[in-house]
Design a protein around this ligand. Structure first.
Ligand SMILES: Cc1cc2nc3c(=O)[nH]c(=O)nc-3n(C[C@H](O)[C@H](O)[C@H](O)COP(=O)(O)OP(=O)(O)OC[C@H]3O[C@@H](n4cnc5c(N)ncnc54)[C@H](O)[C@@H]3O)c2cc1C
Length: 336
């Protein structure tokens, strides 16, 4: 498949990218290109101008005086995975970056591009011309091939790094007409046709992970049909902040990916952990709660019933793995 013709402009900085996006409002912004270029090949988008960030070299991760971790959105996923600072302060993000696609793609793909990737659907992410007569909702039409009676697009947001960053309470800095900092969670609209709350002239220039308490356990769990080169069937990112006594949870954040047009927190399940002493029985109850709190959108051949079981098992697995990283006596390890 060939790319459509386009003009290629390089931005030397995020500020220049914003200026060029305002000069060419219909342009496409490209970081690693591993999401944008395949979409162009499928004619899902055909910008006449591409503004490339590829000549920007990503700043190394750094820590502010308050202990917050600062990440450059142009870091490749390989760099995110290999960074000692990320492994130490946000191990679940390092793990999630390593679970994306293949090594070749992770060497090109950036963290910012991963967070801003388009929603996906089996019927949308392919060439339309040879089998579909009319465009679907996401292509500007008025039909859904997946749910024929559906009134709107049901494509799913599948980025692996978003759930860990949301569970870590990450903030993003966005530059455009003005500069704003918002929780990453607020970037996602839950509308599959326009999944990001960002204007076309805006760019993410920084990702900030707030400093966490000393005693914290965290884990990322991804279910997929194959071990590698596979989008998530469903993913779970769990962060457990602990009281000083070690065994009582002071705050929990659990975020589920690939169930909707946005990554979703399971807030009732999180509350069920707060103030409680951790145990495997509690984790099973919390996983049951998470499975009733979310109705996953069936996608890529997976039924809702199957995804609900993945959600239950993935949540329990992520919580048990997170607890293994916490220093407190009495919690049975996986081999016990
Ligand atoms: C075979 C294959 C397998 C894949 N498997 C996975 C997988 O398992 N998990 C997964 O999460 N993804 C997967 N992907 C999707 C994709 O490769 C990744 O999400 C990747 O991280 C996208 O990053 P990129 O830099 O290449 O983005 P690009 O393609 O450059 O950009 C993607 C979108 O983000 C926007 N964007 C990029 N940077 C910024 C920024 N700084 N500010 C604002 N907007 C920005 C672009 O305008 C574009 O709309 C897969 C892709 C392929 C082709």
């Amino acid at each position: 498949m060939h790319l459509p013709r386009f003009r290629h402009l390089s931005a030397a900085s995020f500020d220049e990218a914003v200026r060029l996006l305002n000069e060419y409002p219909a342009a496409g912004l490209m970081a690693g290109g591993t999401d944008l270029l395949p979409r162009m090949k499928y004619r899902l988008t055909s910008p006449e101008v591409i503004i490339s960030l590829r000549t920007l070299s990503a700043d190394s991760p750094s820590v502010t005086p308050e202990g917050d971790l600062v990440l450059d959105p142009m870091m490749t996923l390989t760099a995110v995975n290999r960074s000692d600072m990320v492994r130490e302060r946000a191990p679940l993000l390092s793990e999630a970056a390593q679970r994306v696609a293949s090594r070749e793609i992770r060497n090109m793909a950036t963290l910012g591009g991963n967070l801003c990737q388009e929603t996906r659907c089996l019927y949308y992410n392919q060439r339309h011309s040879y089998q579909f007569v009319e465009p679907c909702y996401k292509r500007g039409g008025e039909i859904c091939y997946f749910i024929p009676k559906g009134k709107k697009c049901r494509a799913v947001f599948m980025a692996d790094t978003a759930p860990p960053l949301i569970s870590l309470g990450a903030q993003i800095k966005i530059i455009g007409q003005e500069v704003r900092q918002i929780p990453l969670e607020d970037l996602y609209t839950s509308e599959a046709e326009k999944p990001l709350a960002m204007a076309s002239g805006e760019v993410i220039s920084q990702i900030l992970i707030p400093n966490g308490p000393g005693n914290r356990g965290a884990a990322f769990s991804k279910s997929s049909l194959r071990g590698g080169l596979e989008f998530a069937t469903l993913s779970v990112a769990a962060v457990l902040d602990m009281e000083d006594d070690g065994g009582t949870c002071s705050r929990a954040r659990i975020t589920i990916g690939a169930v909707s047009a946005a990554p979703l927190r399971v807030r009732k399940a999180e509350s069920a952990l707060t103030g409680k002493r951790l145990s495997k029985e509690l984790f099973s109850q919390v996983a049951d709660q998470a499975a009733v709190e979310i109705r996953p959108i069936p996608h890529h051949g997976h039924t809702r019933a199957y995804l609900t079981e993945c959600l239950r098992a993935g949540t329990r697995h992520a919580l048990c793995s997170a607890a293994e990283g916490i220093d407190f006596p009495g919690f049975p390890r996986s081999r016990e």
